[in-house]
Design a protein around this ligand. Structure first.
Ligand code: SF4
Ligand code: SF4
Ligand code: SF4
Ligand code: FES
Length: 574
C-alpha cells in the first residue's frame, strides 16, 4: 500500500494514498462532523457539513469526498471552516422544524449533535419551512417531512440494500424533496415496513410508530394482566441505549428492567422460537416426504412476508405456514396460558419487545387473532422504544441485578437465541431435523458456513443418505436474487431462511441508532456467545416445549397446532 505524508491541524501523519480526508483525520483521533455520510453507504457529499480548509485550494472541500494527496496541509477547525460550517448548519435549520425538545430524536439526533458542537446558538437566517402534514399511513413507521435534511440515506438503503426502491429524491436545489414514489402515502406504495430507512435517518424524519403510551395505559390498568415477551436480538442490543458497548449480553438486566416497569410476567420469545423449529422442521419433513412445494421458505420475518406478498406472490406456496415466534407467543398467551392461569383472555394484554418495525404491522393483521376479536399481540415496542420507556421510568439499567424469565415461557435453548442473527433459524432447524430423522446425536452443532454477513450462504446435512441443502439470505435485495433463482429453477435447496434486515434481527429496523456493519458483527458475536452459554442448544430438547406438546398441543402439525400456530398469506401486489 502506498503511503502519503499529510499535515492535519499541524500534526504530520502518514496515511494510505487515496483515503479520504475524513478517514485520514479519524485515524489520528480528529472527528470531522458529518451528516449525509454513513460508513456503510456511498459517499453522497450533499450536506457540506464536513468542509475543511486545504492550503492552496480556493474553496473548502468536503472531507467525506476528497482524497488526500501527498503533502496536503489540512485544517479542520480554522476560523474560516468554523464560520462556514455554522452558516451551513444555520441554513439547514432555517428549513427545519427545529423543535428539539418535543422531537423523537431529542438527545439522539445527528443534526442536533453537530449543531451543538459547532456552537450554533442563534440563527441569522429566517425560518422558511413550509410545514407539511406527517405521513402516518403505515402501521410501522411515520414520515415527518418537516425534519428531513435530504441526505438521501433512506433512498439508498431502500433501493440498494432492500432492493425495494419506493422512496426517491425529487426536485432540484432547494426544492428537493424525499418522498415515497409518486408522492403517495407510504402505505399506498409497496413498502415492507422494514424500518431500515429509520435506522439510517440522521434526524427524526422517519421513525417507528410509537406504542409507548398504549403500554403505559395497560400497565396502569388494574383490570389488565400485562405480560411481555422479548425477542432474541434485543438482549444483545438494548444495552446500547444506555451507553453499553454493542454486543453486551444483558438478558438478566433486561428481565429485571421489565419487572420494574410493572409487567406481571416477563417471558422470552425464544420459547416460541424453539416451538417454531419443532413445527417448521416437521413441516419441512412433511413436504419432503409428500412431494410438497420445495424449497420451503421461512416465515418468521414479517418484513420478508410483506415483501413476498407484494413482490413475489406467485411464490407464496413455498412459504412455511408457521406463524412467527412473536405471533405463536401471542396465540399461546391467549389460549394455553389463559387456561392454565384461569385469566380471561380478554384481560390479558400482550406486549412484544422486538428489534423490528414490521412486527407492528404483523401484530395488526386480522389473521393474527385466535378468537377473531382480540389481537394475539396487543402492542409492539421496538428496542429503541423500550429504551425510551426505561428512561422515562428512571431505571438505571446498568445497575440492575440479573433476573430470570418467568415460566412457563421462560425456558429456552441456544438454538432459539441464534434466531436473532442471519443463519440462526436454518442452523437451529438443522440441529433439530438431523436428530429427529436420524435418531443420532449431532456432534458438531455449529454450522459456521451460514453465519455472518455474507449475502447468500449455504450448508447441508446428510439425513440417512438424503442430503438436505439449505440456503440463507438476508436483506431484501438478496431475497430478490433468491426468488429469481427459484423462478428459474436454479435454487437446488430444500430449505431457505430469509431475513428481511441486513444481518438478520440484530440489524432490525427498530434496533438502536448508529447500527452499521461493525456494530452488526459485534451483536452477532454476542448472539453466538449467548448460544454457547446455555446448557441446552437444540430446540427439540427444550423441556418446556415438550410439556406444552404433552399437556396441550399433543403433536407437531396437529389440529391444535394448526389452529394456533399456523397461518396463511395473501397476494398483496400493488
Ligand atoms: S430532528 Fe434533530 S435537530 Fe431536528 S428537531 Fe429533532 S432533535 Fe432537533
Ligand atoms: S420501511 Fe423499508 S421498504 Fe419501506 S421505505 Fe423504509 S426501507 Fe423502504
Ligand atoms: S428522511 Fe431522513 S434519511 Fe431520508 S433523506 Fe430525509 S433526513 Fe435523510
Ligand atoms: S458529510 Fe460530507 S458532504 Fe455531507
Amino acid at each position: 500500500m502506498n503511503m502519503v505524508k499529510i499535515t492535519v491541524n499541524n500534526t504530520k501523519i502518514s496515511v494510505p494514498e487515496g483515503i479520504t480526508i475524513l478517514n485520514a483525520a479519524k485515524s489520528v483521533g480528529i472527528e470531522i462532523p458529518t451528516l449525509c455520510y454513513h460508513p456503510d453507504q456511498f459517499v453522497k457529499a450533499n450536506c457540506r457539513v464536513c468542509i475543511v480548509e486545504v492550503e492552496g485550494m480556493k474553496t473548502l472541500p468536503s472531507a467525506c469526498s476528497t482524497a488526500v494527496t501527498d503533502g496536503m496541509v489540512i485544517h479542520t477547525n480554522s476560523a474560516r471552516v468554523l464560520e462556514a460550517r455554522k452558516v451551513i448548519l444555520e441554513l439547514l435549520l432555517a428549513n427545519h422544524d427545529a423543535n428539539c425538545l418535543i422531537c423523537h430524536r431529542n438527545l439522539n439526533c445527528e443534526l442536533q449533535k453537530i449543531a451543538n458542537q459547532a456552537g450554533v446558538r442563534v440563527n441569522r437566517f429566517e425560518n422558511v419551512l413550509e410545514i407539511k402534514p406527517l405521513d402516518t399511513s403505515s402501521p410501522s413507521i411515520v414520515r415527518n417531512p418537516n425534519k428531513c435534511v435530504r441526505c438521501g440515506r433512506c433512498v439508498e438503503i431502500c433501493r440498494d440494500v432492500q432492493g425495494v426502491n419506493i422512496i426517491e429524491k425529487i426536485g432540484r436545489g432547494t426544492e428537493i424533496e424525499v418522498l415515497p414514489t409518486y408522492g403517495k402515502y407510504l402505505f399506498d406504495v409497496a413498502c415492507t415496513a422494514c424500518g431500515q430507512c429509520s435506522t439510517v435517518c440522521p434526524v427524526a424524519a422517519i421513525y417507528e410508530k410509537e406504542e409507548i403510551e398504549k403500554v403505559w395505559e395497560a400497565l396502569n390498568n388494574p383490570q389488565k394482566h400485562v405480560i411481555v415477551q422479548t425477542a432474541p436480538a434485543v438482549r444483545v442490543s438494548i444495552g446500547e441505549e444506555f451507553g453499553l458497548e454493542p454486543g453486551s449480553i444483558v438478558t438478566g438486566k433486561l428481565v429485571a428492567a421489565l419487572r420494574r416497569l410493572g409487567f406481571d410476567r416477563v417471558f422470552d420469545t425464544d420459547f416460541t422460537a424453539d416451538l417454531t423449529i419443532v413445527e417448521e422442521g416437521n413441516e419441512l419433513l412433511h413436504r419432503m416426504k409428500n412431494n410438497g412445494v420445495l424449497p420451503m421458505l421461512t416465515s418468521c420475518s414479517p418484513g420478508w412476508i410483506n415483501f413476498i406478498e407484494q413482490y413475489y406472490p406467485e411464490l407464496l406456496p413455498h412459504v412455511s405456514t408457521c406463524k412467527s415466534p412473536q405471533q405463536m407467543f401471542g396465540a399461546l398467551a391467549k389460549s394455553y396460558y389463559a387456561e392454565k392461569t384461569g385469566i380471561n383472555p380478554a384481560d390479558i394484554f400482550v406486549v412484544s419487545v422486538m428489534p423490528c418495525t414490521a412486527k407492528k404491522y404483523e401484530a395488526k393483521r386480522p389473521e393474527m387473532s385466535v378468537d377473531g376479536i382480540h389481537p394475539d399481540v396487543d402492542a409492539v415496542l421496538t428496542t429503541r422504544e423500550l429504551g425510551r420507556m426505561l428512561k422515562q421510568a428512571g431505571i438505571d439499567f446498568d445497575r440492575l441485578p440479573e433476573e430470570e424469565y418467568d415460566n412457563p415461557f421462560g425456558i429456552t435453548t441456544g438454538a432459539a437465541v441464534i434466531f436473532g442473527a442471519s443463519g440462526g433459524v436454518a442452523e437451529a432447524a438443522l440441529r433439530t431435523v438431523y436428530e429427529v430423522v436420524t435418531e443420532k446425536t449431532l456432534d458438531r452443532i455449529d454450522f459456521h458456513t451460514i453465519r455472518g454477513l455474507g449475502g447468500i450462504k449455504e450448508a447441508e446435512v446428510d439425513l440417512n443418505g438424503i442430503i438436505v441443502k439449505v440456503a440463507v439470505v438476508h436483506s431484501l435485495s438478496n431475497a430478490s436474487k433468491m426468488m429469481e433463482m427459484i423462478k428459474a429453477g436454479k435454487a437446488a435447496y430444500q430449505f431457505i431462511e430469509v431475513m428481511c434486515c441486513p444481518g438478520g434481527c440484530i440489524g432490525g429496523g427498530g434496533q438502536p441508532y448508529h447500527t452499521n456493519d461493525e456494530v452488526r458483527m459485534k451483536r452477532i458475536a454476542a448472539i453466538y456467545q449467548a448460544d454457547k452459554n446455555l446448557p441446552i442448544r437444540k430446540s427439540h430438547e427444550n423441556p418446556a416445549v415438550k410439556s406444552l406438546y404433552a399437556e396441550y398441543l399433543h403433536e407437531p402439525l396437529g389440529e391444535k397446532s394448526h389452529h394456533l400456530l399456523h397461518t396463511h398469506y395473501r397476494n398483496r401486489k400493488k
